[in-house]
Design a protein around this ligand. Structure first.
Ligand code: BTN
Length: 243
């Protein structure tokens, strides 16, 4: 199962930056880089992504999907589905669920996050760099104390240790199958597949102080929230607080 298009480095600032440079140099769709250590790992919304060296999967993959720009968020959601299948396999009988837009949860704790960054040239999507951080072998002591109730890892769930490269290859395999489906039928299947694993469907949510109910995912990946008066609002990005 060895993938020639997966590069492994000991240490880098962020695999996102490495993969972004590789994409700009013309590396093909599917080329990926993983690092045992990131000195400046990035999370969503400008946050830091901190992970103990050698324990977890930090991987970025270049994708060049032929889709409309408005559908680009679906690719991050697709990646969260692929991560969930890998986590399911490793953590059986526990099942992974998803938090909009693309966090992966197990036992109601975050086990993985996705950072999807697109480059748009001349009004078309040139490439996406998909960053995946999976908590693989972290122990509870590796997490900041204030977050130890909201984070988990494959190792904490199962009591086992996992090989990072094999985990990366399983993820790339699962992602490749979903991307192949996008290539043949377009990305319209993504919201319904994603919703099947949605942890918060029908739950109360708060957005900018406004309360509503999470009712669905729109065709471009936006979250649909129903207000108490029945009006449906679309949420395209930003933090959602579960109540
Ligand atoms: C999140 O905030 O949940 C997204 C975290 C994404 C982290 C991954 S680790 C590999 C890649 N390189 C980075 O600097 N970030 C992403």
């Amino acid at each position: 199962m060895h993938r020639p298009n997966l590069v492994m480095v000991e240490s880098t600032e962020s695999t996102q930056d490495m993969a972004g440079k590789m994409a700009a140099e013309g590396f093909p769709s599917g080329a990926a880089v993983m690092a045992l250590r990131q000195t400046r790992g990035r999370g969503r919304s400008g946050s830091e992504w901190i992970s103990p060296p050698g324990k977890n999967l930090s991987l970025s993959v270049i994708l060049r999907p032929v889709i409309e720009i408005r559908h680009a968020p679906l690719i991050g959601m697709l990646a969260s589905i692929a991560v969930a299948t890998v986590v399911d396999l490793a953590c059986e009988p526990y099942q992974a669920f998803l938090k909009w837009p693309n966090d992966v949860l197990i036992q109601n704790r975050k086990i993985a996050g996705i950072l999807s960054e697109a480059r748009i040239t001349d009004s078309s999507l040139e490439f996406i760099v998909l960053g995946v951080g999976i908590n693989v072998n972290s122990s509870v002591d590796d997490f900041p104390v204030e977050m130890s109730d909201s984070l988990t890892s494959m190792s904490i769930i199962t009591g086992r240790t996992f090989d990072l490269r094999i985990t990366a290859e399983r993820f790339l395999e699962a992602l490749g199958e979903l991307i192949a489906r996008v290539e043949t039928e377009g990305p319209s299947f993504v919201p319904s597949v994603w919703e099947k694993r949605w942890a918060h469907k029908g739950h109360s949510l708060v957005r900018d102080g406004i309360k509503g109910t999470a009712t669905g995912i729109d065709s471009d990946g936006a979250l649909l929230m129903k207000l108490p008066g029945g009006e449906i609002v679309r949420i395209s990005s930003g933090a959602i607080l579960a109540t």
